[in-house]
Design a protein around this ligand. Structure first.
Ligand SMILES: [Zn+2]
Length: 258
């Protein structure tokens, strides 16, 4: 159903990029665990800023245009503008508050989300030059964030859902995402039982919601990567605990040929 994404991999710099977006001169990229792009108390911000600059330069987006989100496991979506460029790029304190998703029709903005198991989602309406990103775990899924993203594109940019291109980065998958039995009542057939344990297929749930909003499955590109199965490449909060440094996903106009 969903296309397995064609990915460009840069082993030297430690990131992947979705080819489907590159064809539109939009960079949709995510880091591997080799890179340390997350602000944390253990490290001076200046070190993280330098690593972020290298990453942005290497994938081909403007570091100064980076916009970060607070990420509170909710379903708020914020429309950002050119004036927001740089918020959350140099310090987590300046990230956009109270939101797990953002969209914009300013291609001068580079959106970003941090994840370590939750799904990073990339959205592009090529005709209207609008982009969006969302960070979705089970709470965001339950709160309807996937559907709300499509509705927000329709409302803000008059996007036709069938025009949207969507990509899914590394996330914890049904092979590894053990959940409590209570989530079975919420996510129904997307939670399955194996050997007495319950497993949630978060990405399939998200894709099902997107299809219900009119996204065409041939326009969805899934990395297929599981953060637990591929823990040597990607961080997993489930596997490693809360000290894990999340990976960074970015989406914006390409600023040079890399
Ligand atoms: Zn897995």
């Amino acid at each position: 159903m969903v296309l397995t994404a064609e990915l460009k991999k840069d082993d030297t710099h430690g990131w992947y990029q979705f080819r489907a977006f590159e064809k539109q001169n939009i960079i949709a990229a995510f880091s591997t665990r080799r890179l340390h792009l997350n602000f944390s108390p253990d490290k001076p911000d200046s070190v993280v800023i330098e690593e972020r600059k290298h990453f942005c330069q290497s994938v081909g987006v403007a570091f100064d245009s980076l916009v970060g989100l607070e990420q509170v496991h909710g379903a708020n979506i914020t429309r950002v503008a050119r004036a927001d460029r740089g918020r959350g790029g140099r310090s987590q304190d300046e990230a956009i508050r109270g939101t797990d998703a953002a969209l914009t029709d300013s291609l001068d903005v580079v959106l970003s989300v941090r994840t370590a198991d939750c799904a990073p989602l990339f959205f592009l309406d090529p005709g209207r030059g609008a982009i969006g990103m969302a960070h979705i775990g089970w709470r965001g899924a339950k709160a309807g964030l996937a559907s709300k993203m499509v509705q927000a594109f329709r409302r803000e940019f008059l996007t036709k859902p069938e025009d949207l291109i969507v990509a899914v980065g590394p996330a914890i998958r049904h092979c590894c995402y053990e959940v409590g039995a209570e989530l079975k009542r919420v996510f129904k057939s997307f939670v399955t039982r194996r050997r007495g344990r319950y497993y949630f297929d978060l990405v399939s749930w998200i894709l099902d919601r997107l299809r219900r909003e009119g996204i065409r499955h041939e326009q969805v590109y899934d990395s297929g990567f599981c953060t637990v199965c591929l823990n040597d490449q990607f961080p997993s909060r489930r596997r490693e605990g809360s000290i894990v440094s999340p990976m960074l996903s970015v989406l914006g106009r390409g600023c040079h040929a890399s």
